[in-house]
Design a protein around this ligand. Structure first.
Ligand SMILES: Nc1ncnc2c1ncn2[C@@H]1O[C@H](COP(=O)(O)OP(=O)(O)OP(=O)(O)O)[C@@H](O)[C@H]1O
Ligand SMILES: [Mg+2]
Length: 262
């Protein structure tokens, strides 16, 4: 693993029990520290499977070969309790639908404070203060009103930004994001994408983000990795991949979206 990479997949193969063909096939990828790496590819190419494998979120019976290194440690040899501690603390994750990890029956503040108190020895009051500061640092207006709301009282964009705030509150080194903008309308999606770009620029967080949309990858990614049928078919800087794709498949993906200005 090179000094500049925060996460390295080394010859990773992942098989689901019900599938004869591996969902991820002998894939090696170094994720650069302090940058946004965008993972693109058609539906079913294995993007989510790869992302989830970092935090051990595969379904039971899933078989994995190869190795995943995070800051010099192999994630596959960690005990379940160390892996749980790493999740949230050093590696944050957000998903397409923020509603999935927010309990609809409890106020945002209660959930945010509870999450913080799992990892930090602080009072509920202190936790709520940190939560409020975190949300205002993400330019969410009226953070205390958000904390006092139930998830259904927030818009999709607000929920997603709140989820990013929760993921960022413990100052992780790496943020994994699986299609965090695709359930949002264009305006909210662009806002969330800008927020992630900003977190990377201001706080130096490393981001590995999955998207279907190579236009979005071009707009906010520093590096772009292209997957097809479980394999990595292209990887390079944004300029390399967008400017002169080596693979016909990448060129086809590029041709399928309207050109975005960076
Ligand atoms: N829980 C599961 N059990 C069995 N097979 C699965 C499971 N999850 C995904 N697969 C299979 O693994 C392959 C890769 O799926 P994956 O969800 O990683 O793709 P993806 O690139 O994220 O697609 P999308 O863009 O649609 O989200 C697909 O063939 C899919 O059918
Ligand atoms: Mg997916």
């Amino acid at each position: 693993m090179s000094a500049e990479s925060v996460l390295a997949f080394q010859n990773v193969t992942i098989r689901y029990p019900s599938h004869p063909i591996p969902a991820v096939h002998d894939l090696s990828l170094d994720v650069a520290r302090g940058q946004i790496t965008m993972l693109v590819g058609e539906s079913g190419s294995g993007k989510s499977t790869l992302l989830r494998s970092v935090i051990g979120l595969q379904p039971q019976g899933c078989r994995m070969e190869g190795n995943i290194m995070f800051e010099g440690d192999s994630l596959l040899t960690l005990s379940p309790s160390r892996l749980r501690a790493l999740r949230g603390e050093k590696i944050g994750m957000i998903f397409q639908d923020a509603g999935l990890y927010l309990d609809p029956r409890r106020k945002i503040g209660t959930q945010f404070a509870e999450m913080l108190r799992v990892h930090r020895k602080i009072s509920r009051k202190q936790a709520l203060e940190i939560a409020s500061e975190q949300l205002s640092s993400l330019s969410l207006a009226a953070p205390d009103r958000i904390l006092d709301s139930y998830p259904f009282e927030l818009s999709g964009g607000m929920k997603q930004r709140t989820a990013i705030g929760m993921a960022m509150a413990l100052h992780p080194t790496l943020l994994l994001a699986d299609e965090p903008t695709s359930a949002l309308d264009v305006t909210n999606g662009a806002q969330v994408a800008r927020l992630l770009r900003d977190l990377c620029d201001r706080q130096g967080i490393s981001i590995l983000m999955v998207t279907h949309n190579i236009g979005l990858a071009a707009a906010i990614g520093d590096r772009i990795a292209v997957m097809r049928r479980g394999k990595l078919v292209e990887y390079g800087t944004q300029e390399q991949v967008i400017g002169s794709p080596r693979e016909e498949y990448t060129a086809k993906l590029l041709a399928s979206v309207p050109k975005l200005d960076r």
